[in-house]
Design a protein around this ligand. Sequence first.
Ligand SMILES: O=c1ccn([C@@H]2O[C@H](COP(=O)(O)OP(=O)(O)O[C@H]3O[C@H](CO)[C@@H](O)[C@H](O)[C@H]3O)[C@@H](O)[C@H]2O)c(=O)[nH]1
Ligand SMILES: [Mn+2]
Length: 806
Amino acid sequence: MLMTYITKKHDYVATLDEKESPADEKSANVERLLVRTTKLTTVTIKLYRLMIVVRMAIFVLFFKWRIGTALAMTSNGTSTARAMWTVSIAGELWFALMWVLDQLPKMQPVRRTVFATALEESLLPTMDVFVTTADPDKEPPLVTVNTILSILAADYPPDKLTCYVSDDGGALLTPEAVVEAARFAGLWVPFCRKHGVEPRNPEAYFSHGVKVRVVSRADYKGRSWPELARDRRRVRREYEELRLRVDALHAGDVQRPWRSRGTPEDHAGVVEVLVDPPSCTPEPGVSGNLLDLSSVDVRVPALVYMCREKRRGRAHHRKAGAMNALLRTSAVLSNAPFILNLDCDHYVNNSQALRAGVCLMLDRGGSDVAFVQFPQRFDGVDPADRYANHNRVFFDCTELGLDGLQGPIYVGTGCMFRRAALYSVDPPLWWSHGDSDAGKDVAAEADKFGVSTPFLGSVRAALNLNRSEQRNTGTSPPCSFDAAAVGEATALVSCGYEDRTAWGREIGWIYGTVTEDVATGFCMHRRGWRSAYCATAPDAFRGTAPINLTDRLHQVLRWAAGSLEIFFSRNNALFAGPRLHPLQRLAYLNTTVYPFTSIFLLVYCLLPAIPLVTRSAFPVSMPPSSTYMAFVAALMLTLAMVAVLEVRWSGITLGEWWRNEQFWMVSATSAYAAAVVQVALKVLAGKEIAFKLTSKRRASGSGGGGVVKGRFAELYAVRWTVLMVPTAVVLAVNVASMAAAVQERRWRKGPAAVLATAFNAWVVVHLHPFALGLMGRWSKTLSPLLLLVVAFTILSLCFLLHLHMF
Ligand SMILES: O=c1ccn([C@@H]2O[C@H](COP(=O)(O)OP(=O)(O)O[C@H]3O[C@H](CO)[C@@H](O)[C@H](O)[C@H]3O)[C@@H](O)[C@H]2O)c(=O)[nH]1
Ligand SMILES: [Mn+2]
């Protein structure tokens, strides 16, 4: 099977000709080709690079001219005028810097082709999959159940796969739902195996949603179509019952709120093996009651439930803390060399995904890969993607560009890790001769890893394996799920275990930020590890996106605040050592400072109103000079060209690109500003930032084929949130100052300022979510290109007027 980076064929320079098919060219001692990496070398990408350089050159000329003009004009001006010039130019410098930081890391994108069939079955390494849940209300147990089932049914040897579920809520409901999943897996997993169905998430498989791939007769690869139809009906009935049972559990829970082990912030630790690891040899089933499984291997991978101990007054470090508890639990049970991390709503959508990740890890040169990030894709987003949930520019441009440098940024879910890399060792690339971290006696490092002897033993085993297994040997450390191991695992999830150790600082997932993902990936890149990007078709995993604007803005707020937390920590990219690729450093800098843009943007949006409300007689300069006009035209034109070229090489649509810009504006005048305030409070007053969970409930409505408007009614409803305050202020100030100017007939004195104010108000309204509803409808009728032209015209006029008001 061939998995490629999706999209356009013309993007490949080395064509994927069959004569290079890895399977047949092999003699016994020739290594199999698992991954082919291709640099994009098309004309588009060359033009793209050229345009970026040209635009940067224009920046230099522009700022030289603009600062010169400002100095000349303010040499005998008032201090207010000087201050306004300064603020204005500072804003422009910041915007230019942000653009450069954003573009430079995207200049050398690569695509990877993965040959999963070339993996030798017997050499597949063991794999631990971590699923995190935290709140059964925001994360319906049925969603988690489906994710677990999709993992257990993935196309991977069942004796080499273990699924670990972390429950941060401590409600009894979650383990009960997981037990239901385990029971149903006995039927679901063999059914998937027998007929090769996709996707292996029952809810998605059985629903009549728009994009679900229900096997059609022509596509069916199994033995007998009528048998599939019959089996499907029967399994579906069983699934409906499972769903009712899980919903009943949920409903019962709402009525009896005392049904919990404690509170979400105070409960005992539990580790429970719900499904024991199966034997190493296939076990055919019987032609029993429901399905004929006599020709099918009916083994189900092991399933472990874990709830870490929490006590009031102790720091639990949110998701990062849960991941570290999972890391230790799994270490003393299965201790697989590779770990896949999925949020509870991100299910396995392509049953080959795990193998694809393994290819990148075991490939030649793969031993320096700490993690393989898959793109995040989402179900349940409205067709217009009003709130830019798909994030296409990030997933299809930025991450691809970073893959050509040192590797994509880790974004929390859909990511496969090398266990050794989580134990803070150097990658092989940086091992000095004869010596490596793996060689050190970790037993002496209890101050780093904590005092558990079995855990230290597991660390040693994992590091030794990583060192010896420079090539794909497929060996894995021994595993044991006996009572002693489970008892040890329970001790390892006690809330005092990490006291006075390096957990969260050097070991495992990194603490101190609500975006533990970016920080964790950064620490690995800083050590010299690489990462790899793996976009498969069909999508490897799919999850849910925020269901309404309020949720979405809070998600953006959390990301922005978490980024700034990293900037103000010891993990600031500026302080990283020499192993971090220079452009990778710029990318991390960009990822951690972008929320500051909101300050400049808000000031910029308010500046033109000042002369109008202060009633001071501002010298309004002459009409824009031709030099100025030329600069604005050149800057806007190059911006548009870079955008169009980016859209071309990445395969996203102009509409998707535009949505991104639009939502950037929305976030920058709302959530980013709130993030700056939150982090200021943290830095100055030590006030911690909360991890507000994103709801995983689906947009309500009839669930299936209803009209789009009805189906996404909840998504489209805009509810007031305090995050919109900055936007409202900008609007109010601009409108009020315009009104005042008109009323007092000062229009003539400062036409430029009045117009700029009007445009500011207009742009904010235009880009704001209240208007996004309309935009959603327009963008279907108007071509995105037209939208782009309109937007650029407006933006250029804004610029024009801004620059010439003093
Ligand atoms: O105390 C906590 C808080 C969260 N979670 C889990 O963390 C995951 C992510 O939470 P979600 O609210 O879905 O966050 P998103 O904004 O959708 O997630 C993105 O951004 C987060 C960082 O801000 C990453 O942790 C996520 O993996 C990434 O998908 C979920 O599985 C939660 O169950 C916990 O286990 N414990
Ligand atoms: Mn999520």
